[in-house]
Design a protein around this ligand. Sequence first.
Ligand code: KIV
Length: 275
Amino acid sequence: MNTSQKITVRTLHDYKSRGEKFLMLTAYDACTAHWAEAAGVPTILVGDSMGNTVLGYPNTLPVTLEESLLHTSAVRRGAPNAFVVGDMPFMSYQVSVEEAVRNAGRYLKECGADAVKLEGGRTMLPVIERLVTVGIPVVGHIGLLPQSVLKDGGYRLHGKADDEANALIADARALDAAGVCAMVLEGIPRELAATITCQVSAPTIGIAAGAGTDGQVQVIADLLGLNADGFTPRHAKRYAEVGETAIAAIRQYVSEVQSGIFPDEAHSAGAKAKS
Ligand code: KIV
């Protein structure tokens, strides 16, 4: 995909109208954001999955607004053309519409984000409608909602039963009517995700939702093998073992320092620069 030009909400809608599959990847810092953009990823989510993947929390709930803003700014600097989405953390948009607007606005004003994402269906409509009205692009997120892990007693597929599936279709249509610029469908049956995709004008972005969505999103730690605990969710495919490569390289550094191989003449201050 061409990331040499700025990706905007219009680009996302063009993907959908052309039937062109697109993708989103999470990133949390300038380096990984640069990798993603250089590899042709048009949309980057600064997911609150940073809680588990880089901040060492047990889930996404402890992530603070300040942490999320800091990482979103870094991603913006690393990927100037990507469509960067700041993922609003738990309790930064649920207390009141006013607080949600103030917090969401900080992603655009302070970080240069292109949109914010928040979890929830029709219950979140007052917030989403207000954000869209004041000019803040919103990415919706329905199905499995990681911020509700305590309420749900864990992570599970949503929308298997007819009543749950119908509720998700109603949520998707309501978010679409409210003007979201895209919506994440997480942890729902593939047929349901495909049905929703046909019924909404906003591009859908699936994770653990099959191949029938307009786009796909994955967590970069799962894709690259960066997880400290080696855990990979069933829906994710590992394309590399970067964590293992890093540990091997660091082990070699440790061993070379201990045995006196490093630093050698070529890597010492005052060494002649390579011509
Ligand atoms: O935080 C995150 O990474 C997400 C994706 C799983 C969609 O919300």
